[in-house]
Design a protein around this ligand. Structure first.
Ligand code: SF4
Length: 236
């Protein structure tokens, strides 16, 4: 049985993007208090281990249909958690490459420091890593990682992946009101961005409902943070 799900294809800079989820439920190293997946009917499994799901053949057949009907320029693997924990992800990526299409992979970035997750991500043309905290206590409280995981390691994992990744590295920083919108947090983020040197930088407010009511910063503060981080990072 097919377990992939697809979003309606959309345009991005003149290219058609086909977005695909390759997990039947949420499998993630974290269990963020503002996780949009947690508002859904899916099971939530906090893990850093590989999972095997029955139904790959049917799922790839459905992907084949979707590619044929939408004729995308890129396939974006954006799943209900960490797609790298699907032990069939290398086969899924190869299947997309066999259609002569590039792959963009979203990961929170924590698993990308170790093999085989690093090699799997390296096989994708584009990788998105992300961060939502700058202080350990907030990381533990709001992202609720697997026991023993730390923000310092998370930061180091992102840097170590980025230093060797040959593709297009996209970095997304989500600014969460009251957690990483202070001047000190913004400086910390600017230093991290300067070290990461992403090909694309996205600094975003948290907009998922209903969390946006308490955790979304104003558009003006988001603009300010964008300016501060981009200019500070380019000076370093
Ligand atoms: S990292 Fe993303 S998928 Fe995982 S718990 Fe947090 S918000 Fe949800």
């Amino acid at each position: 049985m097919n377990y992939f799900t697809f979003k309606q294809p959309y345009e991005e800079e003149g290219k058609t993007i086909l977005e695909i989820n390759v997990l039947p439920d949420k499998y993630c190293t974290f269990n963020c208090i503002y996780c949009p997946v947690s508002r859904t009917r899916f099971q939530h499994v906090r893990t850093d281990g590989f999972q095997h799901f029955e139904g790959l053949e049917d799922s790839l057949a459905e992907l084949d249909v979707q590619i044929a009907s939408t004729d995308p320029d890129l396939v974006f693997i954006n799943s209900l958690g960490e797609a790298v924990f699907n032990d069939d992800l290398p086969k899924i990526i190869s299947f997309i490459h066999d259609h002569h299409l590039p792959v963009r992979l979203l990961s929170n970035g924590y698993p990308l420091a170790t093999e085989p997750c690093r090699s799997i991500a390296n096989s994708c043309e584009e990788v998105i890593g992300e961060i939502k905290n700058w202080q350990e206590a907030d990381f533990q409280m709001t992202q609720r990682p697997i026991s023993g995981y730390t923000l310092a390691q998370y930061r180091n994992h992102l840097l170590s992946f980025r230093r060797q990744y040959p593709g297009k590295f996209i970095f997304e920083a989500t600014i969460v009101k009251g957690y990483n919108d202070s001047p000190e947090a913004v400086n910390w983020l600017a230093r991290l961005v300067a070290e990461l040197q992403p090909d694309v930088l996205n600094i975003l407010a948290l907009t998922d409902k209903p969390f946006d009511r308490k955790l979304k910063i104003s558009d003006e503060r988001l603009r300010e943070i964008n300016e501060i981080v981009r200019s500070a990072a380019s000076e370093r």
